[in-house]
Design a protein. Structure first.
Length: 462
């Protein structure tokens, strides 16, 4: 460990300070360069003494040039052969396996549409307008049809991601609202929900978005069937089934416990009970910051927490119990105190294992792209559309957590998914395992090639 931290270390609430302008990052070296040389005239390359000037160096300044997206057309040409004397025995090569047969869409085009909608939050009607501006007729009905068909093909991948999450012993879960039209027996104004689960191997995490019509806890119970380990959530009662399941240890979210005090602290700013409570949270998060910045192993983080956190938590609990009867229950401060005491065991369970997080912020951050998209496309047009969104948000989030560029992943995966026959074939297409079925150009067979540095070592077909 590089430096010690003090139990009494606090983070002050500072006033406004002017932000420094960030240092501009260099332009990536792998981008193609168009070199324009601005040289002085030949007449100026001589000195007054008569000697010729010699080049001693050069100054280089760079700008980024934008080249609009380019489209190309792939023609599948199949020569036909026949016996001229017999006027029969016609032969023609079979069509290759296509992602969407009888469609103009290639994997690269579908990948662009998916990323544009679910990462860049562009509704299909806006994408239709963008295509129209460059003279391409791409009606949103076609775009929607392609998305639904590809989502159906990707279902086995989501099933495998769920299996990855369930077979490990640490899951973070949360849920958010989603407006879905044309649900059977439900008004279009009724709220539906997207449940989100993050888990699996910590080094190769998996994420699954699960669309459901309601917020009933039985959805989480069904998804987590056979799971054994730590389940980290907020205090929503839908997860209370863990109280009667000895195989699951409930973890709380310290960020949720902090929230009511933080809201009051913004108002009082300088003094008050809310700020006193915030200081306890700050001391706990200082420990987490130290572990993160010093790249502590899970065991080292566990040891650090065991040494530093219990005295702070004991002091904080005493403070909460002291003020419980002094503050009205209906007041936000009283609600915060009650919440912390009611869920104290769950909030402090993170001390049991260095792999566990102090809060549920990781999975909450995964929901933000959905929340941003929701402001743009407003609703899912049908339950099948909501299920497709869940599938693509799952794959995109898994890519991002595993530092995989989502567009390139979708290009490669969509080129191969029609070739998958078994569960093992599909497992090679999961983002975190960086394994794709790549065509062997020396033969007509397809063989798995393990690619560790995805996507840099991938063939540049997209």
């Amino acid at each position: 460990m590089k430096e010690e931290i003090s139990d009494a270390e606090e983070i002050e609430v500072k006033g406004h300070t002017r932000k420094k302008h960030p240092v501009r990052k260099p332009i990536p070296a792998d981008l193609p360069r168009e070199v324009i040389v601005h040289d002085i005239p030949e007449s100026e390359k001589s000195c007054e003494c008569g000697s010729k000037l010699v080049k001693i160096g050069e100054e280089i300044s760079e700008q980024v040039k934008y080249i609009p997206a380019q489209l190309s057309v792939i023609q599948h040409v199949r020569p036909k052969y026949a016996c001229k004397p017999c006027q029969e025995n016609v032969k023609i090569a079979a069509m290759p396996t296509l992602l969407l047969p009888k469609s103009i869409a290639t994997p690269e085009l579908v990948a662009h549409i998916i990323i544009s909608k679910y990462m860049d939050h562009l509704p299909l009607y806006r994408q239709e307008a963008i295509w129209h501006r460059i003279g391409i007729d791409m009606p949103r009905s076609s775009l929607c049809g392609w998305i639904l068909k590809v989502a159906e093909l990707c279902k086995p991948l989501i099933k495998l991601l769920r299996q990855e999450i369930i077979k490990h012993d640490y899951i973070q879960a949360d849920e958010t609202t989603l407006q879905v039209l044309n649900e059977a027996g439900r008004a279009d104004t009724t709220k539906s929900y997207m449940w989100v689960y993050k888990g699996g191997d910590i080094a190769q995490p998996s994420v699954v978005f699960d669309y459901q019509e309601t917020r009933g806890g039985y959805h989480a119970q069904t998804f987590l069937k056979s799971f054994k380990g730590y389940l980290q959530t907020d205090a929503y009662s839908g997860y209370n089934f863990t109280d009667h399941n000895n195989d699951i240890t409930a973890l709380g979210c310290m960020a949720h416990a902090r929230r009511p005090f933080a809201e009051l602290a913004k108002i009082t700013k300088k003094t008050g009970l809310a700020l006193d409570a915030i200081k306890y949270f700050q001391r706990l998060y200082t420990i987490e910051k130290y572990a993160r910045e010093n790249n502590l192993t899970h065991h080292e983080r566990y040891e650090l927490r065991q040494q530093k956190a219990p005295p702070i938590l004991d002091e904080f609990k005493t403070w909460l119990e002291t003020h419980l009867t002094k503050v009205p229950k209906q007041h936000k401060l009283g609600q915060g105190i009650q919440y912390a005491l009611k869920h104290w065991n769950e909030l402090t369970n993170y001390l049991k294992d260095g792999r566990l997080e102090i809060d549920n912020n990781f999975v909450e951050n995964l929901i933000r792209p959905l929340a941003l998209g929701r402001k743009n496309w407003l609703f899912a047009g049908s339950p099948s559309g909501a299920k497709a969104a869940a599938i693509f948000y799952s794959l995109i989030a898994t890519c991002q957590l595993n530092k995989i560029e989502p567009y390139q992943y979708f290009c490669k995966m969509l080129h191969q998914i029609r070739l998958c026959k078994t569960g093992e074939d599909f497992s090679r297409l999961l983002p975190q395992y960086r394994v794709l079925l790549i065509p062997d150009v020396s033969s007509s067979n397809w063989k798995p090639i393990l690619i560790y540095l995805f996507p840099k070592l991938l063939p540049s077909s997209c």
